[in-house]
Every structure is written in structure tokens, then in C-alpha cells.
Design a protein around this ligand. Structure first.
Ligand SMILES: *C/C=C(C)/C=C/C=C(C)/C=C/C1=C(C)CCCC1(C)C
Length: 248
């Protein structure tokens, strides 16, 4: 009873829609993790690591959403630190998903290093612009975008795209195209959210919002995380399922 009371009085108020998305983010990440872990038993051995990584991505996010939800409810501020710790762990794991999917086609560690290097530039610069020198968030946002561009180059024009094109597995070939579409279009939601920070290009959208109740930046990030972590994991899952079925 007592915990229920805390939940009802203390915190998630009617109308706190951003708070709602922190809760649904938490629950959906947890549910997705269970799904990937259980389904891991239904695919060929060589796909099991990929499904485990999908589960780790959503599980790491679930734990961070648990904390982010708390920060939002108790302090009414954006949980920027937890957000970036989560991304620092989960984005490199997504790079590893690319590597594992392309490994049978001959992926080398250099490709993985370039993807991870791009991620580090993107996330370190993003954090500096959001939390260290927020008055320069446009400059740091641009530097961050260069890191993202490095990843996009690798998966659309670089070695990764050539390896995918040379793959003899049709499930990998078509699934890879969906994966990189997530990295291009799904990931674009993040910089759009970032541009709504005070002083940035889309700050007008956030003006007038009651920041105790609403933070458009967090809304964008929460939607983007659900799309990109669960959606991306499901693409990997469907590659594994399809390839397992056609191997029989
Ligand atoms: C699971 C978490 C993911 C996939 C996080 C992805 C984050 C980004 C693609 C962030 C990108 C940013 C820019 C391209 C510029 C502005 C700063 C960032 C960090 C929001």
C-alpha cells in the first residue's frame, strides 16, 4: 500500500506526459529484453550472440530509464547524465550488431573501430554541448553531427556497405538496409530534440512550455530511444529468424 501511495501522491501527476513516456520507456525496454532473451532459444547458434546484444541494449536502457524516471519525477529536471551514460553503453553495442551481422561476409575490426570512433565523437560532443558549455550548444552539436556523419558514411558508402552488398545471405542483405535506415532516419530524431535546447535552432518550439511538466527535448529522446533500441533489435531478430528458417 505504502509504495502505491508514494507513486500516486508523490510523483507521476495527471498531465505529466513526459513522465508517462519515462514509464512506458522503462516498461517497453524491459519487455523487449525478455522477448529477445526468450526468442534467442529459437534461432541457430550463430545468431545467438546477436540476439543477446539486442537484449543487452534494451536491458541497459531499461535500468537507465528506471533511474531517469526517478530524476524526472523527484527533481523535475532532464536526466542528462543518466541519458548519456546509457547512450555511451548502448550505441557501441549497436555498432557491434553491425559487425556481427557482417562478420560472415568478412567484416574486420577496423570497420567496428570506425563506427565506435564516430559514436564517441558524437556522444562526447553532444554531452559537452548539453551539460558542460550549454551556451555553445550549436557548435558542439555540429561537431557531434560530424561523428554521426562518419557512421553514416561507413554504412552507406564505406566498407560496411560493400560487405553487405557482397553477402550471400538475402536476409542479411535486406535486413542490413533496414538497420542503416534506422541509423539515418531513426537517429535523426535525436539532433532534432537537441535543437530544441535553449539557444539552439528550434528553441522556439520549447518556449512557453512549462518546463516542470514538459521538456520537448526529453520527449524526442524518449520516442527516439524506443524506436531505435527496440526497432533496431527487432530487425536483427527478423534477420536471425529468417536465416534460421531458410537454413532448415
Ligand atoms: C540508444 C541510443 C541511441 C541510438 C542514441 C543515439 C544518439 C544520437 C544519434 C545523438 C546524436 C546527436 C547529434 C547527431 C547532434 C546533437 C547531439 C546529439 C548527441 C543529440
Amino acid at each position: 500500500m505504502e509504495t502505491l501511495n508514494i507513486l500516486l501522491n508523490g510523483t507521476l501527476a495527471a498531465g505529466d506526459y513526459i513522465g508517462f513516456t519515462f514509464f512506458t520507456g522503462y516498461m517497453s525496454m524491459l519487455a523487449a529484453s525478455i522477448f529477445f532473451i526468450v526468442e534467442r532459444g529459437t534461432v541457430d547458434d550463430k545468431w545467438k550472440t546477436s540476439l543477446l546484444i539486442s537484449a543487452l541494449i534494451t536491458f541497459i536502457a531499461a535500468v537507465h530509464y528506471y533511474y531517469m524516471r526517478g530524476v524526472w519525477l523527484e527533481q523535475g529536471v532532464s536526466p542528462t547524465q543518466f541519458r548519456y551514460i546509457d547512450w555511451t553503453l548502448t550505441v557501441p553495442l549497436m555498432c557491434i550488431e553491425y559487425y556481427l551481422i557482417l562478420k560472415p561476409a568478412g567484416a574486420k575490426s577496423g570497420m567496428l573501430s570506425r563506427l565506435i570512433l564516430g559514436s564517441i565523437v558524437m556522444l562526447v560532443a553532444g554531452y559537452i554541448g548539453e551539460a558542460v558549455v550549454p551556451e555553445q550548444n550549436i557548435l558542439w552539436g555540429l561537431i557531434s553531427t560530424l561523428g554521426w556523419a562518419l557512421i553514416i558514411y561507413e554504412i552507406y558508402m564505406g566498407e560496411a556497405s560493400k560487405l553487405a552488398a557482397s553477402s550471400t545471405n538475402d536476409h542479411v542483405k535486406s535486413g542490413y538496409k533496414v538497420m542503416r535506415w534506422f541509423t539515418l532516419v531513426g537517429w535523426a530524431i535525436y539532433p532534432i530534440g537537441y535543437m530544441m535546447l535553449p539557444g539552439n535552432l528550434l528553441a522556439g518550439f520549447a518556449e512557453g512550455a512549462d518546463l516542470a511538466k514538459s521538456s520537448p527535448v526529453d520527449l524526442a529522446y524518449n520516442i527516439a530511444d524506443a524506436v531505435n533500441k527496440i526497432g533496431f533489435g527487432l530487425v536483427v531478430y527478423s534477420i536471425a529468424k529468417g536465416a534460421t528458417a531458410s537454413a532448415k
